[in-house]
Design a protein around this ligand. Structure first.
Ligand code: ADP
Ligand code: MG
Length: 594
């Protein structure tokens, strides 16, 4: 008996859908790209429950005839290419003819569409690839797509969806990828009846401002400089962030011919152009728009089309590198650097007068989720129980003895370089890194507060209004309890702002805004999925922000108090990130130098 048979279309489509439609965000991308291809100038997006129950896209584009509308849902049905050759002259976002077939295989779809030349439009309802209803209807010119109950017929896939907050963030990210490159289209985004974005037709720069300018980084685009270079091979335009805009989670966007793309190799070109200007793991922001002959790129390597192959990648790399360097130089962003010493990462020592030196928000070497690069550090990813690989229990015992002896002898600690506290006694010398000691003490304290669910807060005399972008708002909402346990008291003030009425007792009011910003960035960077580690992250960020600076002359009582408190910690030897706090030099060790 023969055993091979063709799968019914509905099944084949469901399988194909797995590649194209992974989550509401991919569905949104496909629908909006179709609207763009249809020449729409207004696109309205309405989602409910992060797209789980409803994802609606309304456009004023070309619309479809009744027959085309039915055809559109067949697999490999497209109006965009006719022959294989056309693949190499693509100017449209879509071309596979797979999206609608995939979507209608895994959701309940309702579409209303009308072309300008038709009196009546078409209403079509499809669920699980089956046509439920098709009839004439009256509707405006354009297309109105409703995708309901995504994955209703594939419970497994539905289960794989993340929380609404995460899926909403994915939708927002996808939305940003598209709107940043189509400023001449008016977009609105409504989630659960709330208007999240209403973006008028504008320039690219205004669009960027509209997306990123609202929140804690006001007038975002004033920190950008223009990049522009026209060559025969490629035209490069866009904006790069001045070094001061660099953060750990910078906005980094490449677009090619109107399409968002990821391109690690070109990314390197930009990072190289900035070399020496940024510290630690701070990354530059950029929005780069490539325009290139479609013949010389291949967008057909990945179903979601975010990976794009360029024919002449090395040349484009060089052009990009040169363009970015030129802009950094032209706008006096760079100190005079010897460009031939490519790839060297050292900080330039001379800054020209107009140079704004990169702003370092906090110790750039400090990233709790990356193992420290220092080979000797005892890094540990679980902060509650730092590892004592290099310190045996005996050592700690000895340590305590030293401390105790010191306390009994009551010799005041001496300050060394305003950075270390030195405690001599008959066994040797203890050196204590005072900033790190303070971070340890504060971290323990914040973790304790968190465990007890009560933060020690100081009321602000003049409450501060904090504005956030939509993305940051979602993040703040998620973190609000964590923040409260640490001492931040925030009250929602408007759709995009919170009133900060109280802050952690130890935090200086001037630092509070920056500190919230640091917390959001760190959490964002670590990923929303690391929920169990949020409180540690926040405690760490706060500890760093409230600790004494690395160089500070402590008064005698302050120094003693710090040492006393350090001694009470279970982990007095290393910071939560595994950096050494105490170094002990015994007489033997000192003798060896003589
Ligand atoms: P592709 O975009 O790759 O062609 P899709 O499955 O996304 O494939 O869409 C199939 C066809 O349906 C498109 O080629 C287009 O002709 C038509 N279509 C889809 N969405 C719209 C829309 N919003 N307005 C007009 N036509 C549309
Ligand atoms: Mg499409």
């Amino acid at each position: 008996m023969d055993i091979i048979h063709l799968l019914p279309d509905s099944v084949a489509n469901q399988i194909a859908a797995g590649e194209v439609i992974q989550r509401p965000a991919s569905c949104l991308k496909e629908l909006v790209e179709n609207s763009i291809d249809a020449g729409a100038t207004t696109i309205q997006i309405i989602v409910r429950d992060a797209g789980r129950t409803l994802l609606q896209v309304i456009d004023n584009g070309s619309g479809m005839s009744a027959t085309d509308c039915r055809m559109a849902f067949e697999r490999h049905a497209t109006s965009k290419i006719r022959q294989a050759q056309d693949l190499f002259s693509l100017r449209t976002m879509g071309f596979r003819g797979e999206a609608l077939a995939s979507i209608c295989a895994v959701a309940q779809v309702e579409v209303q569409t009308r072309r300008a030349e038709d009196e009546v439009g078409t209403l079509l309802e499809i669920a699980g690839s089956d046509v439920v209803r098709q009839e004439p209807c009256s509707c405006p010119v354009g297309t109105n797509f409703k995708v309901k109950n995504l994955f209703y017929n594939i419970p497994v896939r539905r289960k794989f969806l993340k929380t609404d907050q995460t899926e909403l963030r994915n939708l927002m990210t996808e939305f940003q990828h598209i709107v940043l490159v189509y400023p001449k289209i008016q977009f609105t985004f409504v989630s659960n009846d709330e208007v999240i974005w209403d973006l008028p037709i504008s320039t690219e720069k205004q669009r960027i401002e509209a997306i990123y300018g609202k929140g804690i980084s006001k007038s975002y685009t004033s920190h950008l400089v223009d990049v522009s270079n026209d060559t025969e091979l490629v035209s490069i335009r866009g904006f790069i962030g001045k070094p001061e805009l660099a953060t750990k989670n910078a906005q980094q966007y490449f677009f090619v011919n109107g399409r968002y793309m990821r391109h690690p190799y070109f990314h390197k070109a930009i990072v190289t152009a900035y070399s020496g200007m940024l510290q630690g793991d701070y990354a530059p922001s950029y929005f780069i728009y490539f325009d290139i002959d479609p013949q010389s790129i291949d967008v057909n390597i990945h179903p979601t089309k975010t990976e794009i192959k360029f024919q002449d990648e090395q040349t484009i790399f060089q052009i990009l590198l040169a363009s970015v360097r030129e802009s950094l130089g032209k706008f006096n962003v760079v100190p005079s650097i010897d460009f031939d010493r490519q790839g060297e990462m050292e900080m330039p020592t001379t800054h020209s007068e107009t140079t704004e030196s990169p702003k370092v928000l906090f110790d750039p070497n400090y990233n709790p989720f990356k193992p420290s690069t220092s080979p000797t550090s005892a890094y540990t990813p679980t902060y509650t129980r730092p590892s004592y690989e290099r310190v045996s229990a005996n050592d700690i015992g000895a340590q305590m003895d030293l401390f105790e002896e010191h306390r009994r002898s009551d010799v005041p600690p001496t300050s060394l370089f305003q950075k270390y506290l030195m405690i001599p006694n008959e066994k040797g010398v203890l050196l204590i890194h005072q900033h790190r000691a303070h971070v340890r003490v504060l971290y323990d304290q914040y973790m304790h507060q968190f465990a007890e669910h009560k933060g020690v807060s100081q009321q602000l005399l003049f409450p501060e209004v904090l504005e956030f972008t939509n993305e940051e708002m979602t993040l703040v909402e998620t973190l609000i309890d964590h923040l409260r346990y640490m001492g931040f008291e925030l009250e929602q003030f408007s759709k995009n702002s919170y009133n900060m009425v109280g802050i952690p007792a130890l935090l200086s009011p001037e630092k509070a805004v920056q500190s919230i910003k640091n917390i959001l960035h760190t959490v964002q960077e670590t990923g929303m999925d690391m929920r169990e580690q949020w409180h540690q992250l926040i405690a760490l960020t706060l500890a760093e922000d409230t600790a004494i600076p690395v160089h500070k002359q402590l008064r005698e009582e302050e120094a003693k108090d710090l040492i006393d408190r350090l001694l009470k910690s279970d982990s007095s030897r290393i910071t939560p990130q595994g950096k050494t706090i105490i170094c002990e030099l015994t007489e033997d060790q000192i003798d060896k130098h003589f």
